[in-house]
Design a binder for this molecule. Structure first.
Ligand SMILES: [Zn+2]
Length: 470
């Protein structure tokens, strides 16, 4: 297929749609990759902006020998050796084969399962550790938020999570963390930020008891918008900062969410939404890509999600925490219905039965990231209770979640040519999910970041200073 055919076809399609539909609403976005020539390097994030060759790649060769490889493709685990050159998986060899440079760093993976790094599709890296009165470690300053984010990135990384989709954090914080991680200067998972949550006046995330949102404040985690023009503007503001995804929250009018989704898609960004009941119907009509949480929706909405391939990220664990702690979910303007542990699990079962793609996200607000890795494993166990096999839950956490990120061609499986985000754990997690807590080694973008279950640090490698003495 010629490289130019995609945009040409989409131009024709768009012209047809413009003749038959309201301008903007429902217009198919172009596939931006169609404009890149054969072999040109787009970036390793959802935005697909071209980057110079070698960008962010380490100068090393890693060989993972003697392990049991669960590659995430659906194939059963098998003994194999994985070779990583720079940031790329370059070979998967049968046992006994050896084909790597003498300088390679060899890692003994015997007794371990080698699998794709886990993905968490719903984080809030900068959120306060405690709601209410200012408390130590919960200050709303950007500096505090950045350090909270770095601390959480270490918690995710040490739990085997190599990518996080951050669905609202304070101001610039997630973008700064993303850039520092991508350049290899701080250890952590890849960060795919949404920037601020965009919602209507009094919508989800703006409740008085929760986050102090400072409406219109550039450093707040939430942006309140009114009317289609403001919703478009809010999307552009996140794009300007470098968002990889747009996060919308109810409440909104049909015109507002249609405008926001149209704007995001025109900019090449996927959209996810925190919504319930009729707001899910509006989100589906607007053409969103993903819907978060296990909130109520109609059977018709479930069928429409499956038909339109709108993915779901159920995030059961935080709802279980809230329900255990408070006996229900109270006080949110967008949660005006009864939620029980049974109802949220039943909604997840219904989504699975409907054939909706389901990814993994934990939405660990306040100090709940301290519960990792158990919180993440509990979410996978929830999927098993909703009808997945253990191996299927692991695929949801890797291949399917990479697809939902828009990174299915780069992440989510162990295959030659993919980016090297790799997890080594003791045991057989595809048969026993609890083995995911036995993290041994974590590699992100070809960099060894966790070794023997601890953050791996390199010795100081000073740059050569100017010669000052004769
Ligand atoms: Zn959330």
């Amino acid at each position: 297929m010629s490289v130019l055919r995609w945009p040409t076809r989409n131009l024709l399609l768009s012209a047809l749609l413009l003749c038959t539909a309201a301008v903007g609403a429902g217009t198919e976005p172009y596939d931006r990759q169609g404009w890149y020539g054969e072999g040109s390097a787009t970036s390793d994030d959802v935005q697909r902006v071209p980057v110079p060759p070698g960008h962010g790649a380490p100068d090393s060769v890693l060989v993972l020998e003697g392990g049991r490889v669960f590659d995430g493709t659906g194939a059963p685990a098998r003994p194999a050796t994985v070779v990583v050159e720079g940031k790329t998986i370059t070979a998967i060899l049968a046992p006994g084969e050896s084909d790597w440079p003498a300088s390679a760093q060899r890692i003994d993976a015997s007794g371990l399962t080698v699998l794709p790094g886990l993905i968490d599709l719903h984080t809030h890296l900068s959120y306060v550790r405690q709601f209410g009165l200012p408390a130590p470690l919960s200050a709303e300053s950007v500096a505090d938020g950045t350090l909270r984010g770095l601390e959480r990135m270490h918690q995710y990384l040490l739990s085997g999570i190599t990518s996080v989709r951050d669905l609202a954090s304070h101001g610039e914080v997630p973008f700064v963390l993303k850039r520092w991680q991508a350049s290899g200067r701080i250890a952590g998972p890849r960060v795919f930020p949404a920037g601020q949550l965009i919602t209507g006046r009094g919508g989800h995330g703006t409740e008085g008891f929760a986050l102090r949102t400072y409406p219109g404040h550039a450093q707040a985690p939430v942006w309140e918008a009114s009317g289609p023009d403001e919703w478009r503007d809010a999307v552009r503001a996140q794009f300007k900062r470098g968002a990889d995804v747009i996060k919308l929250g109810s409440h909104y009018s049909q015109a507002e969410i249609t405008a926001a989704v149209d704007e995001a898609h025109a900019l090449g960004l996927p959209v996810t939404v925190d919504a319930e009941t009729q707001y899910i119907d509006m989100a589906i009509a607007a053409g969103v890509d993903v819907i978060e949480h296990p909130l109520p929706r109609s059977d018709a909405a479930l069928r429409a999600m499956a038909r339109e391939d709108i993915a779901a990220v159920p995030t059961l664990v935080p709802y279980q925490y809230i329900i255990r702690h408070s006996g229900g979910y109270y006080g949110s303007t967008s949660r005006r219905f009864t939620l029980t542990e049974d109802s949220i699990l039943e909604m997840t079962r219904a989504m699975k039965r409907a054939g909706i793609r389901i990814g993994v996200g934990t939405d660990l607000i306040v100090d709940w990231s301290d519960y990792l890795p158990t919180a993440y494993i509990d979410e996978l166990e929830n999927l098993v209770r909703a009808g997945f096999t253990e191996a299927g839950a692991l695929q949801a956490a890797t291949r399917v979640s990479a697809d939902i990120l828009g990174m299915g061609d780069r992440l989510g499986t162990l295959e030659v040519g993919k980016l090297a985000d790799i997890l080594l754990v003791a045991g057989e997690p595809d048969r026993k999910l609890r083995d995911l807590a036995r993290v041994h080694t974590v590699i992100v973008n070809g960099r060894l970041l966790v070794a023997d279950g601890r953050l791996h640090s390199e010795p100081l490698r000073p740059a050569q200073p100017p010669q000052l003495s004769p």
